[in-house]
Write a protein that binds this ligand. Structure first.
Ligand code: MLT
Ligand code: MN
Length: 309
């Protein structure tokens, strides 16, 4: 199985279009200790030929431009694409807006939890993906599903499972109480497995690690995990946005409730932070945060990172 990180940044990318914060500034200025990143998405393939995208970011067109394996094949018809399916982990803008760039009457399949398919169905702009050729298939939770293209088995099995999280920002219901109207299926994690039994987990958004999630990840060989913020209040302290990570549905890396502490007691062979916000100091290889994260064995994903299992 081949995994390619198409985009490693959180919503907004890095640098973010309107951001003059210290990290974005360094990225705009091309400083060597930071690397620009596009928005959150992975590509996976069992054979290197047919590819499945995990989330479709607004940067998808440039991601295809820098990823030869995702470009139309020279020896195939005038219209062709190695992208056979897109699996969505939530309805956040950074994970679904790229679908709109996959219009042009091309057949592929979208897999998502029922809650997220409902969001697509209720926004008519997504009908640019002609329902006659773009299939939308529900991912039942905790039920492994073989990914297919026109009936052909792509050699990948995907299991969706619920993770603590939040409904998409633009769907928050402020009257609904502290959960803002969130229901099961609004945020899922994915376990992706090939025919040889190689597998990895992809969890780009997670509000906390509860007991079921901790048990599920125990002993995993590879995990891509929510690396949005380093400190829960960093966006407030940096004068960027008056919101904590908690309020956004993301657990942070640092602190007693953070992922660094949580994974100290969950054995996982290879751990990679992804969906990293432009406020996260770990984006800078010159930061103490970066050194701390690396010292306990975490990696920070970068665009173009490739892993073969
Ligand atoms: C998130 O990850 O919290 C969202 O992508 C935020 C957003 O929609 O901008
Ligand atoms: Mn996001």
């Amino acid at each position: 199985m081949l995994i390619r990180v198409l985009g490693s940044a959180a919503g907004g990318g890095f640098p973010q279009w309107n951001c003059n914060g210290a990290l974005s500034r360094a990225a705009w200025d091309g400083e060597p200790h930071v690397v620009q990143r596009t928005q959150s998405s992975l590509a996976v393939s069992a054979d290197g030929d047919a590819w499945v995208l995990l989330n479709a970011s607004p940067d998808i067109r440039s991601q295809i431009g820098t990823t030869r394996a995702l470009q139309p094949r020279r020896d195939q018809p005038r219209r062709n694409s190695p992208i056979k399916a897109v699996v969505l982990t939530n309805a956040d803008v950074d994970h679904v807006a790229g679908l709109l760039s996959l219009r042009e009457g091309h057949a592929f399949t979208i897999y998502a939890a029922g809650r997220v398919l409902d969001v697509l169905a209720s926004n008519r702009i997504f009908d640019v993906l002609a329902p006659a050729c773009v299939d939308r298939r529900p991912l039942a939770l905790a039920t492994p599903l073989q990914i297919r293209d026109h009936g052909a088995d792509l050699g990948l099995t995907i299991e969706a499972f619920p993770v603590p999280g939040k409904i998409a920002l633009y769907l928050e219901d402020k009257q609904a109480g502290p959960d803002l109207g969130t229901s099961e299926g609004d945020t899922i994690g994915l376990r992706v497995r090939d025919a040889n039994g190689s597998e990895f987990f992809y969890i780009p958004a997670c509000a906390r690690i509860d007991e079921p999630l901790s048990m599920r990840l125990h002993g995993a060989s590879l995990l891509f995990f929510d690396g949005t913020l380093y400190d829960d209040d960093e966006m407030i302290r940096q004068g960027l946005l008056a919101k904590t990570g908690r309020r956004m549905g993301h657990m942070s890396m640092n602190g007693p409730d953070g992922s660094l502490a949580a994974f100290a007691s969950i054995p996982v062979a290879r751990k990679v932070y992804i969906h990293i916000n432009n406020s996260n100091p770990a984006l800078s290889t010159a930061s103490a945060a970066f050194r701390t994260v690396r010292a306990v064995g975490w990696e920070i994903a970068h665009d173009g990172m490739e892993i073969a299992l």
